[in-house]
Design a protein around this ligand. Structure first.
Ligand code: ZN
Length: 316
């Protein structure tokens, strides 16, 4: 973790949403053991939830928390074709996700469907970890139904973690696409924030982009910053990562130090970029001129780490 914040502040200690310790052992050695999986599925303590198009059911508890809605397996719909084994917790409870075309109807009126951007902020690290695992598998299954080697339809295996091709024998594994996201600072410790072309007016955030084939992540940071803002960077410090299954990225978060300061945006991806001092950013946010990164994204955490404390809110 970074040490860029001043003492007494909690921003640096807060876990990255979706990436903090979930308390779940993925127990990958059980994925190919059909007898073990069958026994785990029918065990009375096993918990099951449905994932559908990136959404799950969440519910509020009487004591003010928000939980993933899970059921025992005997209550779970048995017509499933896609059953993902997600792991076990410290009490030996097994967790499965069922991928279905729609979420089940609920008797409990307070239960509601939610995607990761909402649920990630509300759920416990354990529940958020289970959800992000299930959503990432669902996205991969949905987009990889055919063999990339021969074109035949593939079948699910290893409790959701492999797709096998019956024609050529190829095994396909879930893919994760590395992306870099970076808070760039200049010699006055101002932060470089940019506005993407399709973002709402006033939204500014850290620069980001995908790692290209044959490229190191440090090279990727430097290339993306130069392409998007025309700024060159020198030292790059890794901070933290975050799974980002929209649909299949892993965000690698960095602090980077600029070695040139003149901004030339590409106009294609980034419409505007600016150097912000901490005072500049505070005033711009408080006046409503700038909407800072927020929500579950690691961009919000990187910006807070630089800012030194939680970002201000608009005054009105
Ligand atoms: Zn094949």
């Amino acid at each position: 973790m970074s040490t860029t914040t001043s003492g007494g502040d909690t921003a640096a200690d807060r876990p990255i949403v979706l990436a903090s310790h979930s308390g779940i052992d993925r127990a990958a050695h059980h994925r190919l053991d059909e007898a073990w999986l069958a026994a785990a599925w029918s065990h009375p303590t096993t918990r099951v939830f449905v994932v559908s198009a990136g959404q799950v059911l969440i519910d509020d508890t009487p004591d003010g928390r928000t939980e993933l809605v899970t059921t025992p397996s005997f209550e779970a719909p048995l017509t499933e074709t896609h059953r993902y084994f997600l792991g076990t917790d410290e009490d030996g409870v097994s967790y499965f996700a069922l991928q279905k075309d729609s979420l089940p109807g609920r008797m409990d009126q307070s239960a509601r469907p939610a995607g990761l951007r909402e649920a990630g902020l509300l759920l416990s690290p354990r529940d958020a970890g289970l959800m992000v695992h299930a959503v990432a598998l669902e996205n991969w299954q949905r987009l990889h139904r055919f063999c990339s080697r021969c074109g035949e339809r593939t079948v699910i295996a290893a409790a959701g973690h492999i797709r096998r091709c019956p024609a050529c024998g190829a095994e396909h594994y879930p893919r994760t696409d590395p992306a870099v996201i970076m808070l760039v600072t200049d010699e006055q410790d101002r932060a470089l924030l940019g506005r993407q072309v399709h973002w709402p007016e006033g939204r500014f955030s850290t620069l980001a982009g995908f790692v290209e084939p044959g490229e190191s992540i440090e090279q990727s940071v430097a290339r993306e910053v130069f392409e998007e803002a025309g700024v060159t960077v020198g030292d790059v410090e890794y901070i933290a990562s975050q799974p980002w299954p929209f649909p299949s990225s892993l965000m690698l978060g960095f602090m980077a130090r600029a070695t040139s300061y003149e901004i030339t945006v590409d106009g294609d991806e980034i419409q505007e970029a600016r150097w912000f001092s901490r005072d500049d950013l505070r005033v711009a946010i408080e006046s409503g001129e700038v909407l800072p990164p927020s929500g579950i994204s690691i961009a919000a955490r990187l910006t807070e780490l630089w800012y030194g404390k939680p970002l201000p809110k608009p005054l009105n």
